[in-house]
Design a protein around this ligand. Structure first.
Ligand code: CTP
Ligand code: MG
Length: 230
């Protein structure tokens, strides 16, 4: 008898948050009474679809062991890596004994605490029968310019341009081998780009614009506003 397909969440949380310019990595800044990382993990756990959430944490991180969620029954801790893709691969390896190659994995940035349960379910329901998988994405509303120096060389056809968000959903086996094949390649800034390099064509699913990535100081107040609105 074959096991039913499971869903796993992978959360890269081993960055230093350089652009945030704070006294600690941005995933440990306070947001509505909890750290950003706790808000993000709670969103995933509350979706009630994941067998476990594998979180990549820097080996020098003193904050993680202090969080109650670090010892949650469904939370697995993995060692973070040099680049985001290394952290994701490490978190995938941490569940290798329990995940099947055909299981689905949703990779979600620790720095995106405003993800809704609705968007998680929308992504899963849209792609669960897909061959490859895909990502939440947003259409680009601004007119986009191709610039060299300070000179505009042309205007891009916006109808073909989408902004990649997370979660990004792929089969465990395919994602792991795509990331292994792309190891050390700095052009791989998300999971989809690793799968694309293997010839795959991930799908996009239109997500909510409030699923922002906290990157710069002003984003924290925006995230707080969105959480209060939701
Ligand atoms: N990340 C990670 N391992 C790394 C680098 C990044 O797990 N070696 C994670 C971050 O913790 C974050 C997500 O990947 O949740 C998205 O990366 P980004 O927004 O760039 O976060 P940082 O790298 O921490 O920020 P910065 O680039 O400003 O230093
Ligand atoms: Mg970074």
């Amino acid at each position: 008898m074959t096991e039913p397909t499971k869903f796993w969440a992978v959360v890269p949380a081993a960055g230093v948050g350089k652009r945030m310019n704070a006294d600690r990595p941005k995933q440990y800044l306070q947001l509505n009474g909890k750290t950003v990382l706790e808000q993000t993990l709670l969103r995933l756990l509350q979706a009630e679809v994941f067998s476990a959430v594998s979180v990549a944490i820097s080996v020098e991180d003193p904050y993680w062991p202090e969080l109650p969620l670090a010892s949650h029954a469904k939370v697995v801790t993995a060692a973070g890596g040099k680049e985001r893709a290394d952290s994701v691969l490490s978190a995938l390896k941490a569940i290798r004994d329990v995940a099947a190659d055909s299981d689905w994995v949703l990779v979600h940035d620790a720095a995106r605490p405003c993800l809704t349960t609705d968007d998680i379910h929308l992504l899963i329901n849209s792609l669960v029968d897909d061959e490859v998988g895909g990502i939440l994405a947003l259409a680009s509303h601004d007119t986009l310019k191709n610039v060299q120096g300070r000179s505009i060389l042309g205007t891009l056809d916006r109808s073909h341009i989408w902004r990649a968000l997370t979660p990004q959903m792929f089969r465990y086996g395919r994602l792991k081998s795509a990331l292994e094949a792309a190891e050390g390649n700095l052009a791989v800034t998300d999971e989809a780009s690793a799968v694309e390099m293997q010839g795959g064509q991930p799908k996009i699913v239109e997500g909510r614009p409030d699923n922002i990535k906290i990157t710069r100081p002003e984003d924290l107040a925006l995230a707080q506003f969105y959480l209060e609105q939701q």
